[in-house]
Design a protein around this ligand. Structure first.
Ligand SMILES: [Zn+2]
Length: 310
């Protein structure tokens, strides 16, 4: 084991046994209880190197979880990127061409461009559109505390607060600001829809604990909507943040002023990063940095700036 792989507690496993599924779409498994109730989608691997979702999805399938009401769908999204994993470059298999969590608009999905992610998103489009409630499982490049990410629709906040694990929330009043994520596809991007759609960032990409948490969150999510019965502990105190700005990297000179992991707090006006000649400064008191990139790439997100909601 090399130094690079020594701290990779979670590694890919062979997903070929899950390829066939039962819906006609590869890597999509659906279980209909035959009774009325919501259709819940648990989706893994929107980003190919975020293995905790794979742990949760394979747990649901391997342990034979079946809904007592409604319908459960379990999907593995970007398996092609996942299969490109190279332990010496573990951040590379996030995506092959497109970020699969930014292309869920009609413009991208109906457009003429082609890539592995666009092909897969087009195949998954009816799967995502059919779900009432969506849990999209992710992880972070740094080993920071887990948190929810969701658009600021009341239904999402109510569900995430009721779930209470993770206990930190990043609420997006204006969306992501850099594309359309899976959880805002179609009706899920509209205020009047009833469906809950949440991202759970379950911790560092390669941490065993992230896989364990993702499994708990997936089971909690199914229990919340009545698909399974499950005792849940009372939620701890919750901390909510509002997304103020998504900084998309403009130049190869993008640099943070000091190394950042996420959840660092800056005073209003304090310099956080520079991007060529542009300064990125704290937008408010207690301006909090989330998901600072570990590998700056022009055109990709560099950092998210948020405000604590108290
Ligand atoms: Zn992700």
């Amino acid at each position: 084991m090399t130094a690079a792989t020594a701290d990779l507690e979670l590694l890919p496993r062979d997903l070929s046994p899950y390829r066939a599924g039962n819906t006609g779409v590869p890597y999509v498994h659906r279980f209909d209880s035959g009774r009325p109730g919501p259709h819940v989608l648990v989706n893994a691997l929107t980003h190919g190197n975020e293995f905790c979702g794979m742990v949760a999805a394979t747990h649901l399938l391997d342990s034979g979880v079946r809904p007592r009401i409604g319908t459960l769908t379990v999907s593995f999204a970007n398996v092609e990127a996942y299969e490109s994993f190279d332990a010496s470059r573990p951040l590379e298999s996030r995506q092959l061409v497109h970020n699969m969590n930014r292309i869920w608009s009609d413009a991208w999905l109906d457009g003429s461009e082609d890539s592995p992610e666009l092909r897969r998103a087009r195949a998954l489009r009816p799967v995502v559109a059919a779900a009432d409630h969506i849990l999209d499982i992710h992880s972070t490049a740094s080993d920071v505390q887990p948190f929810w990410v969701y658009p600021a629709f009341a239904r999402n906040g109510a569900a995430a607060l009721a779930l209470g694990r993770p206990a930190v929330h990043l609420v997006m009043p204006q969306g992501l600001g850099s594309g359309t994520p899976l959880i805002q596809h179609g009706r899920h991007g509209h205020d009047e829809h009833h469906g809950v759609a949440l991202v759970a960032e379950c911790g560092g990409h390669f941490r065993r604990a992230s896989g364990a948490l993702a499994t708990e969150v997936a089971l909690d999510f199914l229990a919340h909507f009545g698909l399974i019965e499950r005792a849940r502990p009372a939620p701890p105190p919750q901390q909510r943040y509002e997304l103020l700005q998504t900084w998309v990297i403009q130049t190869p000179e993008f640099r943070f002023t000091r190394p950042l992991q996420g959840f660092e707090v800056f005073a209003e006006g304090e310099l956080i990063a520079t991007d060529g000649s542009t300064e990125i400064r704290a937008l408010c008191a207690d301006c909090t940095v989330l998901m600072p990139t570990r590998r700056p790439v022009v055109g990709r997100e560099g950092v998210y700036l948020a405000r604590p909601l108290g």
